[in-house]
Ligand binder design. Sequence first.
Ligand code: C2O
Ligand code: CU
Ligand code: CU
Length: 550
Amino acid sequence: MAYVDLQRRSVLRRIGGVAALSTLVGAGVWLGGYRPALRAASASTAMEGPFDVDLRVRAHPDKVAILPGAPSDVWRYTAERIVGPEDTLTPVGESYTGPLIRLRRGQRLRVRIDNDLPEDTTVHWHGLHVPPEMDGQPRLPIAPATSTTLAFDVVDRAGLYWYHPHPHGPNGGRVGFQSYAGLAGPLIINDDAERALELPDGERELVLILQDRTFSNGNELQYIDDGGMGAMMTRMQGFRGERVLVNGHPDARREVSTQPYRLRLLNGSNSRIYKLAWSDGRAVTVIGTDGGLLAKPERRRSVTLAPAQRIDLWVDFGDTEPGESVQLVSEEYQLGMMGERMGDMMDRGMMGDRMGGMMDRGMMGDRMGEMMDRGMMRDMMGSERLSLVTFAVVARANDAETLPERLAQDLPASPVQADTPVRRFELGMRMMQGFTINGRQMEGATVADDEIVRLAQTEIWEFVNNTMMPHPMHVHGLQFLVQERISAGGKTDLHDGIIDAGLHDTVLVFPEERVRIALTFKDFEGFYMYHCHNMEHEDAGMMRYFKVVA
Ligand code: C2O
Ligand code: CU
Ligand code: CU
Protein backbone atom coordinates (compact mmCIF):
# COMPACT_ATOMS: atom_id res chain seq x y z
CA MET A 1 0.00 0.00 0.00
CA ALA A 2 2.76 2.31 -0.96
CA TYR A 3 2.20 5.97 -1.10
CA VAL A 4 4.44 6.67 -4.08
CA ASP A 5 7.76 8.32 -4.37
CA LEU A 6 6.81 11.80 -3.26
CA GLN A 7 6.67 10.48 0.22
CA ARG A 8 10.05 8.94 0.05
CA ARG A 9 11.63 12.23 -0.80
CA SER A 10 11.35 13.53 2.66
CA VAL A 11 11.59 12.54 6.26
CA LEU A 12 8.15 11.91 7.60
CA ARG A 13 6.93 13.35 10.78
CA ARG A 14 4.82 10.71 12.39
CA ILE A 15 1.98 11.65 14.62
CA GLY A 16 0.13 8.49 15.43
CA GLY A 17 0.02 7.27 11.89
CA VAL A 18 -0.49 10.72 10.51
CA ALA A 19 2.06 12.76 8.62
CA ALA A 20 2.14 16.36 7.62
CA LEU A 21 0.97 16.97 4.11
CA SER A 22 3.72 19.41 3.39
CA THR A 23 6.36 16.92 4.42
CA LEU A 24 4.73 14.38 2.13
CA VAL A 25 4.97 16.64 -0.83
CA GLY A 26 8.31 18.10 0.16
CA ALA A 27 7.45 21.64 1.16
CA GLY A 28 9.57 24.20 -0.52
CA VAL A 29 10.47 21.80 -3.27
CA TRP A 30 7.04 21.43 -4.78
CA LEU A 31 4.61 23.69 -3.07
CA GLY A 32 6.49 26.89 -3.38
CA GLY A 33 8.27 27.55 -6.61
CA TYR A 34 7.04 24.77 -8.83
CA ARG A 35 6.66 26.05 -12.37
CA PRO A 36 6.25 23.80 -15.36
CA ALA A 37 8.83 24.72 -17.98
CA LEU A 38 6.97 23.97 -21.15
CA ARG A 39 3.41 22.93 -21.48
CA ALA A 40 2.83 20.10 -23.88
CA ALA A 41 -0.71 19.53 -25.03
CA SER A 42 -1.84 15.94 -24.82
CA ALA A 43 -5.17 14.29 -25.56
CA SER A 44 -7.71 16.54 -27.06
CA THR A 45 -11.28 16.03 -28.03
CA ALA A 46 -12.70 15.40 -31.44
CA MET A 47 -15.93 17.09 -30.43
CA GLU A 48 -16.73 20.11 -32.51
CA GLY A 49 -17.78 23.54 -31.42
CA PRO A 50 -19.22 25.98 -31.06
CA PHE A 51 -19.00 25.63 -27.31
CA ASP A 52 -21.47 27.40 -25.05
CA VAL A 53 -18.96 27.26 -22.25
CA ASP A 54 -15.19 27.19 -22.56
CA LEU A 55 -13.13 26.97 -19.38
CA ARG A 56 -9.57 26.58 -18.20
CA VAL A 57 -9.07 24.71 -14.98
CA ARG A 58 -5.67 24.63 -13.37
CA ALA A 59 -4.60 22.22 -10.64
CA HIS A 60 -1.72 23.67 -8.69
CA PRO A 61 -0.07 24.03 -5.28
CA ASP A 62 -0.85 27.12 -3.25
CA LYS A 63 -0.79 28.55 0.25
CA VAL A 64 -4.12 29.44 1.80
CA ALA A 65 -5.07 30.85 5.20
CA ILE A 66 -7.42 28.32 6.76
CA LEU A 67 -6.81 28.63 10.50
CA PRO A 68 -5.66 31.77 12.32
CA GLY A 69 -1.88 32.10 12.06
CA ALA A 70 0.29 30.56 9.39
CA PRO A 71 -1.24 29.74 6.01
CA SER A 72 -1.49 26.09 5.00
CA ASP A 73 0.04 24.40 1.97
CA VAL A 74 -2.70 23.07 -0.26
CA TRP A 75 -3.31 21.78 -3.77
CA ARG A 76 -6.26 23.42 -5.45
CA TYR A 77 -8.23 24.15 -8.59
CA THR A 78 -8.56 27.63 -9.97
CA ALA A 79 -10.46 28.33 -13.14
CA GLU A 80 -10.94 30.92 -15.82
CA ARG A 81 -13.94 31.48 -18.10
CA ILE A 82 -13.07 31.98 -21.75
CA VAL A 83 -16.63 31.68 -23.08
CA GLY A 84 -19.93 31.30 -21.25
CA PRO A 85 -22.52 33.05 -19.08
CA GLU A 86 -21.14 35.26 -16.35
CA ASP A 87 -22.37 33.01 -13.55
CA THR A 88 -20.52 29.96 -14.91
CA LEU A 89 -17.77 30.34 -12.30
CA THR A 90 -18.19 31.58 -8.75
CA PRO A 91 -15.70 31.33 -5.92
CA VAL A 92 -16.67 29.03 -3.04
CA GLY A 93 -15.53 30.85 0.07
CA GLU A 94 -12.00 32.24 0.23
CA SER A 95 -10.17 29.02 0.82
CA TYR A 96 -8.84 26.14 -1.26
CA THR A 97 -12.18 24.84 -2.60
CA GLY A 98 -12.47 24.72 -6.40
CA PRO A 99 -14.88 27.28 -7.87
CA LEU A 100 -18.55 26.46 -8.33
CA ILE A 101 -19.08 25.58 -11.99
CA ARG A 102 -22.68 26.36 -12.95
CA LEU A 103 -23.92 24.78 -16.16
CA ARG A 104 -27.24 24.59 -17.95
CA ARG A 105 -28.62 21.38 -19.33
CA GLY A 106 -28.11 21.40 -23.09
CA GLN A 107 -24.87 23.38 -23.10
CA ARG A 108 -21.81 22.12 -24.92
CA LEU A 109 -18.78 22.47 -22.68
CA ARG A 110 -15.10 22.53 -23.39
CA VAL A 111 -12.53 22.62 -20.63
CA ARG A 112 -8.78 22.67 -20.76
CA ILE A 113 -7.10 21.22 -17.72
CA ASP A 114 -3.59 22.32 -16.84
CA ASN A 115 -1.70 20.08 -14.49
CA ASP A 116 0.75 22.22 -12.53
CA LEU A 117 1.10 19.61 -9.80
CA PRO A 118 4.29 17.59 -9.32
CA GLU A 119 2.49 14.33 -10.15
CA ASP A 120 -0.15 12.84 -12.45
CA THR A 121 -3.73 13.84 -11.95
CA THR A 122 -7.10 13.71 -13.72
CA VAL A 123 -10.36 15.62 -13.36
CA HIS A 124 -13.39 13.40 -12.90
CA TRP A 125 -16.93 14.82 -13.27
CA HIS A 126 -18.57 12.90 -10.48
CA GLY A 127 -22.16 11.97 -11.31
CA LEU A 128 -22.20 13.24 -14.88
CA HIS A 129 -23.18 11.17 -17.91
CA VAL A 130 -20.16 11.82 -20.13
CA PRO A 131 -18.25 9.64 -22.63
CA PRO A 132 -15.51 7.44 -21.12
CA GLU A 133 -12.70 9.58 -22.59
CA MET A 134 -14.09 12.66 -20.80
CA ASP A 135 -14.63 10.93 -17.46
CA GLY A 136 -11.22 11.66 -15.92
CA GLN A 137 -10.42 8.00 -15.37
CA PRO A 138 -7.02 6.88 -14.05
CA ARG A 139 -6.17 5.27 -17.42
CA LEU A 140 -6.08 8.81 -18.86
CA PRO A 141 -3.65 10.63 -16.57
CA ILE A 142 -2.55 14.19 -17.18
CA ALA A 143 1.20 14.32 -16.61
CA PRO A 144 2.81 17.21 -14.73
CA ALA A 145 3.31 20.29 -16.89
CA THR A 146 0.86 19.09 -19.51
CA SER A 147 -2.72 19.94 -20.45
CA THR A 148 -5.69 17.99 -21.64
CA THR A 149 -8.76 19.37 -23.34
CA LEU A 150 -12.08 17.71 -22.68
CA ALA A 151 -15.49 18.42 -24.16
CA PHE A 152 -18.98 17.09 -23.57
CA ASP A 153 -22.65 17.93 -23.77
CA VAL A 154 -24.39 18.68 -20.49
CA VAL A 155 -27.22 16.15 -20.53
CA ASP A 156 -27.90 15.51 -16.86
CA ARG A 157 -30.83 16.71 -14.80
CA ALA A 158 -30.53 19.79 -12.65
CA GLY A 159 -28.56 18.86 -9.57
CA LEU A 160 -25.38 19.26 -7.56
CA TYR A 161 -22.49 17.24 -8.92
CA TRP A 162 -18.76 17.69 -8.30
CA TYR A 163 -15.30 17.38 -9.76
CA HIS A 164 -12.22 15.83 -8.21
CA PRO A 165 -8.99 14.03 -9.15
CA HIS A 166 -8.94 10.31 -9.91
CA PRO A 167 -5.30 9.21 -10.37
CA HIS A 168 -4.32 5.63 -9.67
CA GLY A 169 -0.90 4.29 -10.54
CA PRO A 170 0.85 0.95 -10.10
CA ASN A 171 1.51 1.86 -6.46
CA GLY A 172 -2.10 2.66 -5.69
CA GLY A 173 -4.46 5.54 -5.80
CA ARG A 174 -3.84 9.19 -5.08
CA VAL A 175 -7.48 10.25 -4.86
CA GLY A 176 -7.46 10.43 -1.08
CA PHE A 177 -4.25 12.43 -0.97
CA GLN A 178 -5.06 14.86 -3.76
CA SER A 179 -8.62 15.51 -2.62
CA TYR A 180 -7.46 15.95 0.95
CA ALA A 181 -4.83 18.41 -0.22
CA GLY A 182 -7.71 20.51 -1.55
CA LEU A 183 -8.55 19.38 -5.07
CA ALA A 184 -12.35 19.26 -5.27
CA GLY A 185 -15.10 21.60 -6.37
CA PRO A 186 -18.87 21.68 -6.84
CA LEU A 187 -20.73 21.69 -10.15
CA ILE A 188 -24.39 22.68 -10.45
CA ILE A 189 -26.60 21.96 -13.42
CA ASN A 190 -29.74 24.05 -13.83
CA ASP A 191 -32.67 23.26 -16.11
CA ASP A 192 -36.14 24.55 -16.94
CA ALA A 193 -38.02 21.88 -15.01
CA GLU A 194 -36.25 22.95 -11.83
CA ARG A 195 -36.58 26.66 -12.53
CA ALA A 196 -40.36 26.27 -12.83
CA LEU A 197 -40.50 25.25 -9.16
CA GLU A 198 -39.11 28.63 -8.06
CA LEU A 199 -37.00 27.24 -5.24
CA PRO A 200 -34.89 29.69 -3.22
CA ASP A 201 -31.94 30.94 -5.27
CA GLY A 202 -29.37 33.74 -5.30
CA GLU A 203 -28.41 34.62 -1.74
CA ARG A 204 -30.75 31.93 -0.48
CA GLU A 205 -29.11 29.03 -2.28
CA LEU A 206 -26.08 27.95 -0.25
CA VAL A 207 -23.53 25.40 -1.41
CA LEU A 208 -21.89 23.72 1.59
CA ILE A 209 -18.99 21.32 1.17
CA LEU A 210 -18.20 19.23 4.23
CA GLN A 211 -14.61 18.06 4.65
CA ASP A 212 -12.79 16.94 7.77
CA ARG A 213 -9.17 17.85 8.25
CA THR A 214 -6.41 17.53 10.83
CA PHE A 215 -3.82 20.28 11.28
CA SER A 216 -0.44 20.37 12.99
CA ASN A 217 0.37 23.15 15.43
CA GLY A 218 1.96 24.96 12.52
CA ASN A 219 -1.30 24.71 10.54
CA GLU A 220 0.01 22.07 8.17
CA LEU A 221 -2.56 19.62 6.85
CA GLN A 222 -1.92 16.14 8.22
CA TYR A 223 -2.55 12.95 6.28
CA ILE A 224 -1.66 9.27 6.64
CA ASP A 225 2.02 8.41 6.58
CA ASP A 226 3.53 5.33 5.10
CA GLY A 227 4.24 3.06 7.99
CA GLY A 228 3.14 1.53 11.20
CA MET A 229 0.09 0.02 12.70
CA GLY A 230 -1.71 3.31 13.10
CA ALA A 231 -1.38 4.03 9.39
CA MET A 232 -2.65 0.59 8.52
CA MET A 233 -5.67 0.98 10.72
CA THR A 234 -6.32 4.44 9.33
CA ARG A 235 -6.28 3.05 5.81
CA MET A 236 -8.75 0.33 6.77
CA GLN A 237 -11.08 2.80 8.34
CA GLY A 238 -10.47 5.63 5.94
CA PHE A 239 -8.88 8.88 7.00
CA ARG A 240 -10.87 11.09 9.31
CA GLY A 241 -9.86 14.57 10.32
CA GLU A 242 -10.24 16.11 13.75
CA ARG A 243 -12.37 19.02 12.64
CA VAL A 244 -14.88 19.80 9.95
CA LEU A 245 -14.29 22.56 7.43
CA VAL A 246 -17.17 23.93 5.38
CA ASN A 247 -16.05 25.27 2.01
CA GLY A 248 -12.54 25.20 3.43
CA HIS A 249 -13.37 27.31 6.49
CA PRO A 250 -13.49 26.33 10.16
CA ASP A 251 -16.42 27.40 12.35
CA ALA A 252 -18.74 28.07 9.44
CA ARG A 253 -21.40 30.70 10.04
CA ARG A 254 -24.02 32.12 7.73
CA GLU A 255 -26.21 35.15 8.33
CA VAL A 256 -29.76 34.49 7.21
CA SER A 257 -33.17 36.15 7.28
CA THR A 258 -36.51 34.72 8.37
CA GLN A 259 -37.12 33.02 5.03
CA PRO A 260 -36.70 29.64 3.34
CA TYR A 261 -33.25 28.62 2.11
CA ARG A 262 -31.98 25.91 -0.14
CA LEU A 263 -28.88 24.18 1.25
CA ARG A 264 -26.90 22.11 -1.16
CA LEU A 265 -24.52 19.84 0.69
CA LEU A 266 -21.66 17.79 -0.67
CA ASN A 267 -19.82 15.32 1.53
CA GLY A 268 -16.33 15.87 0.14
CA SER A 269 -14.67 14.07 3.06
CA ASN A 270 -12.34 11.16 2.48
CA SER A 271 -14.29 8.71 4.61
CA ARG A 272 -16.46 10.38 7.23
CA ILE A 273 -20.20 9.76 7.23
CA TYR A 274 -22.37 12.59 8.60
CA LYS A 275 -25.64 12.28 10.49
CA LEU A 276 -27.18 15.64 9.62
CA ALA A 277 -29.69 17.18 12.01
CA TRP A 278 -30.86 20.56 13.27
CA SER A 279 -29.79 21.65 16.75
CA ASP A 280 -33.36 22.65 17.67
CA GLY A 281 -34.73 19.26 16.70
CA ARG A 282 -36.73 20.45 13.71
CA ALA A 283 -37.15 17.93 10.92
CA VAL A 284 -34.59 17.84 8.14
CA THR A 285 -36.45 18.44 4.87
CA VAL A 286 -34.81 16.76 1.89
CA ILE A 287 -35.76 17.91 -1.60
CA GLY A 288 -33.00 16.32 -3.66
CA THR A 289 -30.23 13.70 -3.81
CA ASP A 290 -27.16 13.06 -6.00
CA GLY A 291 -29.06 13.17 -9.28
CA GLY A 292 -31.38 16.10 -8.56
CA LEU A 293 -34.81 16.80 -7.11
CA LEU A 294 -37.06 14.21 -5.52
CA ALA A 295 -40.69 13.73 -6.58
CA LYS A 296 -41.75 14.98 -3.16
CA PRO A 297 -39.96 16.22 -0.03
CA GLU A 298 -38.83 13.68 2.59
CA ARG A 299 -38.71 14.69 6.23
CA ARG A 300 -36.45 12.98 8.75
CA ARG A 301 -35.10 13.52 12.25
CA SER A 302 -31.64 13.11 10.73
CA VAL A 303 -30.19 12.47 7.30
CA THR A 304 -27.21 10.24 6.53
CA LEU A 305 -24.65 11.65 4.11
CA ALA A 306 -21.86 9.31 3.02
CA PRO A 307 -18.67 10.37 1.21
CA ALA A 308 -19.30 11.71 -2.32
CA GLN A 309 -23.05 11.99 -1.77
CA ARG A 310 -25.01 15.22 -2.11
CA ILE A 311 -28.21 16.25 -0.45
CA ASP A 312 -30.49 19.16 -1.20
CA LEU A 313 -32.20 20.58 1.90
CA TRP A 314 -34.97 23.10 2.28
CA VAL A 315 -35.11 25.01 5.54
CA ASP A 316 -37.39 27.84 6.63
CA PHE A 317 -35.93 30.19 9.25
CA GLY A 318 -39.32 31.93 9.40
CA ASP A 319 -40.05 30.78 12.92
CA THR A 320 -36.64 31.70 14.29
CA GLU A 321 -36.45 35.14 15.89
CA PRO A 322 -33.80 37.56 14.67
CA GLY A 323 -30.93 37.37 17.16
CA GLU A 324 -31.29 33.63 17.53
CA SER A 325 -29.35 30.97 15.72
CA VAL A 326 -29.78 27.37 14.65
CA GLN A 327 -27.01 24.91 13.96
CA LEU A 328 -26.70 22.24 11.36
CA VAL A 329 -24.91 19.45 13.21
CA SER A 330 -23.73 15.91 12.67
CA GLU A 331 -25.14 13.93 15.56
CA GLU A 332 -23.23 11.33 17.49
CA TYR A 333 -23.68 7.81 16.20
CA GLN A 334 -22.35 4.32 16.74
CA LEU A 335 -22.34 1.58 14.18
CA GLY A 336 -21.36 -0.74 16.95
CA MET A 337 -20.33 -3.77 14.97
CA MET A 338 -16.67 -3.17 14.45
CA GLY A 339 -15.56 -3.43 18.06
CA GLU A 340 -17.37 -6.67 18.66
CA ARG A 341 -16.27 -8.25 15.44
CA MET A 342 -12.65 -7.29 15.93
CA GLY A 343 -12.79 -8.69 19.42
CA ASP A 344 -14.19 -11.91 17.97
CA MET A 345 -11.53 -12.16 15.38
CA MET A 346 -8.81 -11.60 17.87
CA ASP A 347 -10.19 -14.25 20.16
CA ARG A 348 -10.08 -16.65 17.29
CA GLY A 349 -6.53 -15.57 16.52
CA MET A 350 -7.59 -14.63 13.06
CA MET A 351 -5.90 -11.28 12.87
CA GLY A 352 -2.63 -12.74 14.10
CA ASP A 353 -2.67 -15.61 11.64
CA ARG A 354 -3.50 -13.54 8.65
CA MET A 355 -0.87 -11.02 9.47
CA GLY A 356 1.72 -13.64 10.27
CA GLY A 357 4.16 -12.79 7.54
CA MET A 358 4.13 -9.12 8.21
CA MET A 359 4.31 -8.90 11.87
CA ASP A 360 4.89 -10.94 14.93
CA ARG A 361 1.64 -12.20 16.32
CA GLY A 362 2.28 -11.20 19.88
CA MET A 363 3.03 -7.64 18.94
CA MET A 364 -0.05 -7.48 16.80
CA GLY A 365 -2.15 -8.58 19.70
CA ASP A 366 -0.57 -6.01 21.97
CA ARG A 367 -1.08 -3.18 19.55
CA MET A 368 -4.67 -4.21 18.97
CA GLY A 369 -5.31 -4.40 22.66
CA GLU A 370 -3.81 -0.97 23.12
CA MET A 371 -5.90 0.51 20.40
CA MET A 372 -9.05 -1.01 21.70
CA ASP A 373 -8.26 0.40 25.14
CA ARG A 374 -7.87 3.80 23.64
CA GLY A 375 -11.29 3.45 22.17
CA MET A 376 -9.86 3.67 18.71
CA MET A 377 -11.74 0.67 17.47
CA ARG A 378 -14.95 2.06 18.81
CA ASP A 379 -14.25 5.37 17.10
CA MET A 380 -13.68 3.59 13.85
CA MET A 381 -17.32 2.81 13.64
CA GLY A 382 -18.90 5.89 15.05
CA SER A 383 -18.58 9.61 15.37
CA GLU A 384 -18.98 12.18 18.07
CA ARG A 385 -21.34 15.13 17.67
CA LEU A 386 -19.93 17.81 15.38
CA SER A 387 -21.19 21.29 14.75
CA LEU A 388 -21.17 22.02 11.02
CA VAL A 389 -22.74 25.40 10.27
CA THR A 390 -24.29 28.06 12.49
CA PHE A 391 -27.17 29.93 10.88
CA ALA A 392 -27.51 33.27 12.63
CA VAL A 393 -30.87 34.87 11.92
CA VAL A 394 -30.14 38.57 11.55
CA ALA A 395 -33.05 40.05 9.64
CA ARG A 396 -36.77 39.74 9.25
CA ALA A 397 -38.25 39.15 5.82
CA ASN A 398 -41.88 39.03 4.98
CA ASP A 399 -42.24 37.23 1.70
CA ALA A 400 -42.47 33.69 2.99
CA GLU A 401 -42.84 30.93 0.43
CA THR A 402 -44.01 27.46 1.14
CA LEU A 403 -42.41 24.35 -0.20
CA PRO A 404 -44.47 22.61 -2.87
CA GLU A 405 -45.36 19.05 -1.88
CA ARG A 406 -44.96 18.04 -5.49
CA LEU A 407 -41.42 18.55 -6.75
CA ALA A 408 -39.79 16.90 -9.75
CA GLN A 409 -41.99 15.38 -12.41
CA ASP A 410 -39.13 14.25 -14.60
CA LEU A 411 -37.85 11.37 -12.48
CA PRO A 412 -37.62 8.19 -14.52
CA ALA A 413 -39.94 5.33 -13.63
CA SER A 414 -38.21 2.14 -12.59
CA PRO A 415 -36.81 0.47 -15.71
CA VAL A 416 -36.86 -2.92 -13.98
CA GLN A 417 -38.87 -5.76 -15.49
CA ALA A 418 -39.42 -9.37 -14.56
CA ASP A 419 -36.49 -10.51 -16.69
CA THR A 420 -34.02 -7.78 -15.72
CA PRO A 421 -30.71 -9.54 -15.00
CA VAL A 422 -29.09 -9.29 -11.56
CA ARG A 423 -25.35 -8.87 -11.26
CA ARG A 424 -23.92 -9.52 -7.85
CA PHE A 425 -20.94 -7.81 -6.23
CA GLU A 426 -19.62 -9.23 -2.99
CA LEU A 427 -17.67 -6.74 -0.90
CA GLY A 428 -14.94 -8.48 1.03
CA MET A 429 -11.64 -7.93 2.74
CA ARG A 430 -8.12 -9.15 2.21
CA MET A 431 -6.03 -8.84 5.34
CA MET A 432 -3.29 -6.23 5.07
CA GLN A 433 -4.32 -5.40 1.52
CA GLY A 434 -7.65 -3.75 1.90
CA PHE A 435 -11.11 -4.38 0.60
CA THR A 436 -12.18 -6.29 -2.48
CA ILE A 437 -15.09 -6.50 -4.92
CA ASN A 438 -15.89 -10.07 -5.91
CA GLY A 439 -12.50 -10.99 -4.52
CA ARG A 440 -10.72 -8.60 -6.86
CA GLN A 441 -8.93 -5.30 -6.61
CA MET A 442 -8.04 -2.61 -9.10
CA GLU A 443 -5.80 -3.96 -11.86
CA GLY A 444 -5.58 -1.10 -14.31
CA ALA A 445 -8.03 -0.93 -17.17
CA THR A 446 -8.76 -4.63 -17.29
CA VAL A 447 -12.19 -6.15 -16.88
CA ALA A 448 -13.22 -9.68 -16.05
CA ASP A 449 -15.93 -11.44 -18.07
CA ASP A 450 -18.50 -10.55 -15.48
CA GLU A 451 -17.61 -6.87 -15.75
CA ILE A 452 -18.83 -6.45 -19.31
CA VAL A 453 -22.30 -5.00 -19.79
CA ARG A 454 -24.47 -4.30 -22.85
CA LEU A 455 -25.19 -0.87 -24.22
CA ALA A 456 -28.79 0.23 -23.57
CA GLN A 457 -29.39 -2.71 -21.23
CA THR A 458 -30.96 -2.30 -17.81
CA GLU A 459 -29.50 -4.36 -14.99
CA ILE A 460 -29.88 -4.74 -11.28
CA TRP A 461 -26.61 -4.58 -9.44
CA GLU A 462 -26.61 -6.12 -6.02
CA PHE A 463 -23.92 -5.06 -3.57
CA VAL A 464 -23.49 -7.56 -0.73
CA ASN A 465 -21.40 -6.29 2.15
CA ASN A 466 -19.52 -9.11 3.85
CA THR A 467 -17.20 -6.78 5.74
CA MET A 468 -17.56 -4.98 9.03
CA MET A 469 -17.41 -1.53 7.52
CA PRO A 470 -19.97 0.47 5.57
CA HIS A 471 -18.99 1.14 1.94
CA PRO A 472 -20.37 4.03 -0.13
CA MET A 473 -20.51 2.32 -3.54
CA HIS A 474 -20.26 4.57 -6.59
CA VAL A 475 -20.81 3.89 -10.29
CA HIS A 476 -19.42 6.24 -12.93
CA GLY A 477 -21.25 7.78 -15.83
CA LEU A 478 -24.85 7.39 -14.76
CA GLN A 479 -27.49 7.89 -12.08
CA PHE A 480 -29.29 4.87 -10.66
CA LEU A 481 -32.40 4.06 -8.64
CA VAL A 482 -32.16 2.19 -5.34
CA GLN A 483 -34.52 -0.78 -5.64
CA GLU A 484 -34.14 -2.58 -2.39
CA ARG A 485 -32.16 -2.62 0.84
CA ILE A 486 -32.10 -5.79 2.90
CA SER A 487 -30.38 -5.51 6.26
CA ALA A 488 -29.56 -8.79 7.90
CA GLY A 489 -27.49 -7.02 10.52
CA GLY A 490 -30.34 -4.95 11.89
CA LYS A 491 -30.78 -1.21 11.79
CA THR A 492 -27.92 1.06 12.79
CA ASP A 493 -28.07 4.64 14.11
CA LEU A 494 -27.70 5.76 10.52
CA HIS A 495 -30.46 3.75 8.86
CA ASP A 496 -33.33 6.09 9.66
CA GLY A 497 -31.50 8.87 7.86
CA ILE A 498 -30.99 6.99 4.60
CA ILE A 499 -32.79 8.53 1.61
CA ASP A 500 -33.17 5.85 -1.03
CA ALA A 501 -35.75 7.75 -3.10
CA GLY A 502 -34.62 9.69 -6.16
CA LEU A 503 -31.54 9.34 -8.32
CA HIS A 504 -28.14 8.43 -6.93
CA ASP A 505 -24.62 7.76 -8.05
CA THR A 506 -23.35 6.66 -4.65
CA VAL A 507 -25.17 4.33 -2.26
CA LEU A 508 -24.13 3.43 1.27
CA VAL A 509 -24.05 -0.31 1.94
CA PHE A 510 -23.87 -1.23 5.62
CA PRO A 511 -22.27 -4.38 7.03
CA GLU A 512 -24.45 -7.43 6.57
CA GLU A 513 -26.57 -5.60 4.08
CA ARG A 514 -27.58 -6.20 0.46
CA VAL A 515 -28.50 -3.21 -1.65
CA ARG A 516 -29.98 -3.51 -5.14
CA ILE A 517 -29.74 -0.68 -7.61
CA ALA A 518 -31.25 -0.39 -11.10
CA LEU A 519 -29.07 1.10 -13.81
CA THR A 520 -29.12 1.48 -17.58
CA PHE A 521 -25.96 1.83 -19.69
CA LYS A 522 -26.99 4.50 -22.16
CA ASP A 523 -25.31 6.21 -25.10
CA PHE A 524 -21.62 5.48 -24.62
CA GLU A 525 -19.53 2.39 -25.16
CA GLY A 526 -16.25 1.83 -23.37
CA PHE A 527 -14.71 1.77 -19.93
CA TYR A 528 -16.27 3.16 -16.77
CA MET A 529 -15.56 2.51 -13.13
CA TYR A 530 -17.32 1.33 -10.03
CA HIS A 531 -15.79 1.57 -6.60
CA CYS A 532 -16.11 2.35 -2.96
CA HIS A 533 -15.93 6.12 -2.42
CA ASN A 534 -14.23 5.82 0.93
CA MET A 535 -11.14 7.32 -0.69
CA GLU A 536 -8.67 5.26 1.29
CA HIS A 537 -10.55 2.10 0.30
CA GLU A 538 -10.58 3.02 -3.37
CA ASP A 539 -6.91 4.03 -3.31
CA ALA A 540 -6.07 0.66 -1.75
CA GLY A 541 -7.82 -1.06 -4.65
CA MET A 542 -11.54 -1.33 -3.83
CA MET A 543 -12.20 -0.18 -7.35
CA ARG A 544 -12.71 -1.81 -10.75
CA TYR A 545 -13.44 -0.91 -14.33
CA PHE A 546 -16.47 -2.23 -16.17
CA LYS A 547 -16.97 -2.08 -19.91
CA VAL A 548 -20.03 -1.17 -21.94
CA VAL A 549 -20.16 -2.99 -25.28
CA ALA A 550 -22.69 -2.77 -28.11
CU1 C2O B 1 -16.15 10.62 -7.18
CU2 C2O B 1 -14.73 7.42 -9.26
O1 C2O B 1 -15.39 9.06 -8.21
CU1 CU C 1 -17.54 9.29 -10.13
CU1 CU D 1 -15.21 0.96 1.32
